[in-house]
Design a binder for this molecule. Structure first.
Ligand code: ATP
Ligand code: FE
Length: 335
């Protein structure tokens, strides 16, 4: 079975070819244009998808060493995401499926961030059911109870900013370029995580809140700058380490609570922020401290990519779960 996966929910145009659950190619065109604006500009994202989609799909097919006539089915991201971006991938997937007369499969982007763990990769184990998934990305922060591939329940989520936003907005306060998450991570590794104690928000149950933390960091930095205009340059590593330490503590606290409440000790992470070195380390420590079994995906399957769309396509293909031409993109969808 050859599946073409197409991802266009935000600012990355991506296409992948899977042969069953193995990835033959995974091409990602990241849009650089947004850097100068300090965030994703939806209108510009749609235009760039429009330009990228044909060459990206072409390249994925070539790299896989197949032709488009070999394709068994096409899977695409239906949502959630930016409407204008989703429309490009959705329309393209529909047209190509129609032209090739093969099945079309719609994929939920957040489910795909979780099911990326089911890609067959050497050195990476697939989690056994049930497990808890912590999806941490630019737009989401969720704790999901995964009972089966398509039986997922969100048991906790953010009530305001996503964790990726918390990283990016903190980075912006420090004058770092967008997206700042990876930079905060880089500098954090050189600093003292306990240098500056930031207050953790109090949120009931398994939900998260990050907007208060961002404001706390802003006020703290402004106050320090008044006393010392070089505060940021002189303390960049310690500030980044302290921010990262606080964010990771928030995430681990909720995971501990979720694990206790559900009795589930298998924990898988997904989404762009799972690239963070601090969260990876904290999860590993959880194996000793709390008896967890943890699963971290291969780096290229953490941020937005089409291989994760392809694996969901394959799993749905096995169930002959196809959609028809009346399908429309949706900016907001739950599971
Ligand atoms: P969503 O999946 O919710 O629609 P998205 O697709 O835009 O959002 P991803 O591509 O999954 O998000 O993740 C991007 C986010 O991950 C950005 O906020 C980025 O700063 C953050 N990020 C990436 N690498 C790291 C890192 N090493 N440390 C912290 N944050 C990181
Ligand atoms: Fe994503």
């Amino acid at each position: 079975v050859y599946i073409l996966g197409i991802e266009s929910s935000c600012d990355d145009t991506s296409a992948a070819i899977l042969c069953n659950d193995r990835v033959l190619s995974n091409v990602v065109a990241s849009q650089k244009i947004h850097e100068q604006y300090g965030g994703v500009v939806p209108e510009l994202a749609s235009r760039a998808h429009q330009q990228n989609i044909v060459p990206v799909i072409d390249q994925a097919i070539k790299q896989a060493g197949i032709t488009k006539e070999d394709l068994t089915a096409i899977a695409f991201t239906r949502g959630p995401g930016l409407m204008g971006s989703l429309l490009v991938g959705t329309s393209f997937a529909k047209s190509l499926a129609l032209a090739l007369d093969i099945p079309l499969i719609d994929v939920n982007h957040m489910q795909a961030h979780i099911l990326a763990h089911f890609i067959d990769e050497e050195g990476f184990d697939k989690p056994e059911f049930p497990f808890l998934a912590l999806t941490i990305s630019g737009g989401h922060t969720q704790v999901v109870k995964v009972t089966n591939h398509f039986d997922m329940e969100i048991i906790g989520e953010t009530i305001d900013d996503a964790v990726g936003e918390a990283f990016d907005k903190s980075a912006k306060i420090l004058g770092l370029p967008y997206p700042g998450g990876p930079l905060v991570d880089k500098y954090a590794q050189l600093g003292n995580p306990k240098a500056f104690p930031f207050t953790k928000p109090r949120v009931d149950g398994l939900n998260f809140s990050f907007s208060g933390l961002k404001t706390g960091i802003l006020y703290f930095v402004q106050k320090q700058l008044k006393e010392n205009p070089n505060f940021i340059e002189e303390n960049l590593h310690d500030v980044c380490a302290s921010i990262q330490y606080t964010i990771i503590n928030i995430l681990i606290d909720k995971l501990k609570k979720a694990s206790k409440e559900t009795g589930i000790k298998s924990i898988a992470i997904g989404g762009g922020v799972s690239a963070n070195s601090g969260i990876r380390k904290a999860l590993k420590e959880g194996e000793f401290k709390y008896g967890w079994k943890t699963f971290v995906p291969k780096f290229e399957y953490t941020t937005d990519n089409a291989a994760m769309i392809g694996i969901v396509g394959y799993l749905k293909y096995l169930q002959q779960d196809f959609t028809d031409m009346s399908i429309v993109a949706k900016a907001r969808i739950k599971f």
